[in-house]
Design a protein around this ligand. Structure first.
Ligand SMILES: Nc1ncnc2c1ncn2[C@@H]1O[C@H](COP(=O)(O)OP(=O)(O)OP(=O)(O)O)[C@@H](O)[C@H]1O
Ligand SMILES: [Mg+2]
Length: 239
């Protein structure tokens, strides 16, 4: 197709979003095309999670446009994102307490499509989840819960995964394991929108970055996997 927008899985155009009277996103624009690996970076409190919350209907969209694929969505809701093949790994993981690891995974398939990801495929990339399949999800360590949250999102066979600070508070060895899986997921053609403050992960996974400040995107570019690239990115997250 000639028109690039035909490939957009997600687009926010001039978005203004609020929590009650608090105006958080100011004319924010971004898009993710099929198969892209985009990092969304920025300091604490700039509005990164509010981008996700706007997509899920947890922050109020009052100006601009949100599109899931070609569809303009006036009042976005979580189920609409899911129907359009957009899965979310929320900040803080949100594992369902009363369900086992395997039940948490199956929950992810409930709104899903057909594709390569099923319970066995998730166990293959995260073997520890198979060992702990019948353990309550919340009995897992922080790193294992994050693997479960990622696995649950993959179970939907999404076209796009939004990952909100998936490595926050995790040990470097776990971050390395997640980086391998994110790359594998991207190589299989799933687009990533990776919200991160860990720039060493960003350079390993993302190809393009968007930097936010005060509720809008203020810089963007290619991610260079080099020391200079790392240094450039870190400017956007340093306090
Ligand atoms: N439910 C809420 N009601 C009112 N204000 C909120 C709410 N949630 C977040 N905020 C405010 O919105 C702004 C953006 O918060 P947001 O969580 O989107 O930032 P963030 O970039 O994700 O930060 P972090 O890196 O710490 O996760 C902050 O000033 C925050 O205090
Ligand atoms: Mg956040």
């Amino acid at each position: 197709m000639n028109n690039n927008s035909h490939n957009h899985l997600l687009e926010l155009e001039g978005v203004d979003a609020f929590y009650g009277a608090a105006h958080i996103l100011h004319g924010l624009s971004l898009h993710v095309q099929a198969g892209e690996r985009v990092a969304l970076i920025g300091r604490n409190g700039v509005g990164k999670t509010t981008v996700v919350n706007t997509i899920l209907g947890l922050a109020q969209l009052k100006g601009g446009a949100v599109r899931f694929g070609q569809k303009v969505v006036g009042r976005p809701r979580a189920y609409m994102a899911a129907q359009h093949g957009i899965a979310v790994v929320p900040q803080g993981r949100r594992i369902v307490a009363n369900l086992s690891v395997e039940e948490n995974l199956l929950l992810g398939a409930a709104v899903g499509r057909k594709g390569p990801w099923d319970v066995q495929a998730v166990y293959k990339v995260f073997p520890i989840l198979q060992e702990r399949a019948h353990t309550p999800g919340t009995a897992l360590s922080g790193g294992q819960q994050q693997m479960l949250a990622v696995g649950r999102a993959l179970m939907a066979n999404p076209g796009l995964i939004l990952l909100d600070e998936p490595t926050e508070g995790l040990a470097p060895v776990i971050v390395d394991q997640l980086a391998v899986v994110f790359n594998q997921v991207a190589e299989q053609g799933t687009a990533l929108l990776l919200i991160e403050q860990n720039m060493s992960l960003v350079v390993r996974v993302a190809h393009r970055y968007l930097a936010m400040a005060k509720g809008s995107v203020v810089a963007s570019g290619q991610v260079l996997n080099s020391r200079d690239g790392l240094h450039d990115l870190e400017q956007h997250v340093m306090v």
